[in-house]
Write a protein that binds this ligand. Sequence first.
Ligand code: HEM
Length: 397
Amino acid sequence: MAEITLTRFDEVRDAYRQKGLKQALYDAAGVIMADTLLTLWGDDHRRRRRLENRLFRRETFEHYERDLLPLAVDKQLDPAAAEGKGDVVPLARRIVVNLTAAAAGVDYSEGTAEETDRLFSYAVKFSEGATAVHSTRDPEELRAEVAEALEGWDKEFFAPSLDRRTELFERFSAGEIEEDDLPKDVLTVLVRNQDSLDLPRDVVRREVAFYMLAGMHSTGAATTHAVHGAFGWFDDYPEDRARMIEDPVFLQHCVHESMRLHPASPVARREAVEPVTLRSGTEMAVGDTVVFDLWSANRDTEVFGDDADSFNPLRSIREDVPRWGHTFGGGRHACIGMELDGGVPADENTGAPILLGTVALILRGLLVRGAQRDPDNPPQQDPNIARVWWGTYPVVF
Ligand code: HEM
């Protein structure tokens, strides 16, 4: 079976839209990814995506951005700023843990910092399992650790969350409570539609765990990359620190620029389930695979200019190309949380972003508090991941 690699922006965009190409990146991550939305195919994917999509509407994102996120940002960043130092990696992840748990349908019983940290470390372990293909660790050891984490998380968080929703849905069906009394999250959608979906408990469990990791892991990483990009820009243009706080369009361009340079996954992978002709004319037979080299496609000089490799929030690009390139994927598996994290770019009439996005909000929260690199503690890369991934990013305020 042949494997082809695509490195050009337009080739990748076209391939994302090909109907005959099926997800093939998570074969080594079954313990956490099997039968989750991202790995489903055909009607199964369409049906589940249609149901879950209803939760990811712009009105819901507006509510998060206006009412929930600013509180979560203050709660994490105020104590760190008061202490004069912090680490962007855990700070960002803790900010998004509540938001992600709310979207996924994972309840907190105690609401303490220790409980948040436990939930957070489960999601970190799930993320490690999902990115098994890029891990430098022993695969069997990693699989066993992820399986054990799933059991622990199930007992403490998932089982009580599932029981509560099952009971609420029974009461709703009996006419005892109203639609508005039901939580608006992925787990509730799955419980409500159990008759048509007919999912075994372990699949429901993985789907909710997948949402936890998809939301937290990528957002946390994107935030750290955005901070790194902004600090690098300030080294050359110190006067732009104030502009980044005050000008939401500039702030958002910085975030999108760092997202373009650091896609959450540097590659996507698909397998042909029918004969496929790629944009270049290359023919794929059934079983052939194609790797989308997102890292290179997002640095395609024909689309992003000669300085495509560098961080330049002022670059101008074609109108039909998002500033973040392919970072949120495309086609049927395009990221469901794209607008939540990346925001919605400027409205033509007002010139202001329609939604700023989670990452920009956290970056602004750090800058407003005067965050800068800790001169005594340089940031460190995570040694267990073979790509650019910050393990720690100390800052002082
Ligand atoms: C900066 C943050 C994020 C990035 C860079 C990102 C990136 C991606 C990418 C590239 C894909 C497609 C993967 C593929 O085609 O193989 C994807 C899918 C997905 N993402 Fe995100 N994501 C982010 C945040 C989120 C958030 C906040 C959520 C939810 C709370 C989320 C939920 C999902 C889901 C459910 C899918 C699967 C969609 C499907 O298969 O139909 N993501 N994401």
